[in-house]
Design a binder for this molecule. Structure first.
Ligand code: ADE
Ligand code: ZN
Length: 344
């Protein structure tokens, strides 16, 4: 029986490792929460919101992303937001996710840290119970804010540290190098948390080096611009460093001007442990499955490439080793069942 590319990827067990939960706020839910919470939106209707999603760089996106997050106010809002994402991940054939949340986006406007975290944790428990998904939560610091602000957030997070798998670093990259947060990341590492940083999305290869050498990251989020530096690229290969790459995000934020120019095929050919992820799917026009399928079509990913990407999504995850091995065995079994991949 022949299957389509989309069916093939759908059935492939896979994890999403780069997803901002605030970036899954669909315009429909934005309007629903605005009505529920009495928030006035600067858009006439849902179509007007979608029309506004035309970005020429990261900052233009971030401005709308932070504005959209204003409708998130109660524990139930955060729960509903995350459940909508989990249902979508499940529908895409995803089985595990490690998701970022940006507490400062919410505490800055008076929403208690507890409201955000408890809403997300209750959704994670529900997704596990009802959809069989596993999920790790990553506290991400906003790099355009100060180190002091990050430390204040870190202290607020103290009662929930056991609930997080790691800390991340996101927001406006250029001008805010990883080294700005060396001390708070060191504390997080000392507490046994994994450490991640967005680097090389818009920032130079030097930021990727800093993420490695100063923050001692366990994963690099994006990492595209590392390819400009052959020595750095070779090091990432040698160290088996996972890159959480987000092709449709790269297209929407003009990191690449055409998906056919996306470096994913090259990354795999070089032996980089690249993964495919959706970043902020409500803003970038596609969830996990869309990212795989659009990238496969645009750059010509093979059956072996797609299997490698699915494998990388587990070997690069923070799941226990036994669980990673179990998922890799499932991928092997799936690959054996589909020796010819899909029908073009
Ligand atoms: N916050 C949400 N998405 C982001 C991205 N792609 N880069 C930096 N910060 C972000
Ligand atoms: Zn991101």
């Amino acid at each position: 029986m022949s299957i389509s590319l989309s069916d093939f990827v759908h059935g492939l067990p896979k994890a999403e490792l780069h997803l901002h939960i605030e970036g899954t706020l669909e315009p429909e839910l934005m309007f629903e929460l605005a009505a529920r919470n009495g928030v006035r939106l600067p858009y006439a209707d849902i179509e007007a919101v979608r029309r506004a999603y035309d970005f020429s760089n990261l900052q233009e996106f971030l401005d709308l992303y932070y504005a959209g997050a204003q409708v998130l106010q109660t524990q139930r809002d955060f729960h509903d937001l995350a459940m909508a994402y989990f249902r979508r991940l499940h529908a895409d054939g995803g089985v595990h996710a490690e998701i970022f949340f940006d507490p400062q986006t919410h505490t800055e406007r008076g929403i208690p840290f507890a409201v955000v975290v408890e809403g997300l944790l209750s959704a994670i428990a529900e997704a596990q119970a009802t959809l069989g998904l596993s999920c790790g939560l990553i506290l991400s610091f906003l790099r355009h804010l100060s180190e002091e602000h990050a430390f204040a957030t870190w202290r607020e997070a103290e009662p929930w540290l056991d609930a997080f798998v790691g800390v991340g670093l996101d927001s406006s990259e250029v001008g805010h190098p990883p080294s700005k947060f060396a001390r708070v990341f060191e504390e997080a590492r000392q507490r046994g948390l994994k450490v991640l940083a967005h680097a090389g999305e818009e920032g130079p290869p030097a930021y990727v080096r800093e993420a490695l050498d100063v923050l001692h990251v366990d994963r690099i989020d994006h990492g595209n611009r590392a390819l400009e530096d052959a020595e750095l690229t070779a090091r990432l290969v040698r160290e088996g460093m996972t890159l959480t790459v987000c092709p449709l995000s790269n297209l929407k934020l003009c990191v690449v001007s055409d998906l056919r120019d996306h470096p994913m095929k090259k990354m795999l050919a070089l032996g980089l442990s690249a993964t495919i992820n959706s970043d902020d799917p409500a803003y970038f026009g596609g969830y996990l499955l869309d990212n795989y399928v659009a990238t496969a079509r645009a750059v010509g990913l093979s059956r072996e490439d797609l299997i490698q990407l699915a494998r990388n999504s587990f070997t690069g995850s923070f799941l226990p080793h036994g669980e990673i091995d179990r998922r890799l065995a499932q991928i092997d079994a799936y690959a054996a069942q589909h020796p010819h991949g899909w029908e073009a």
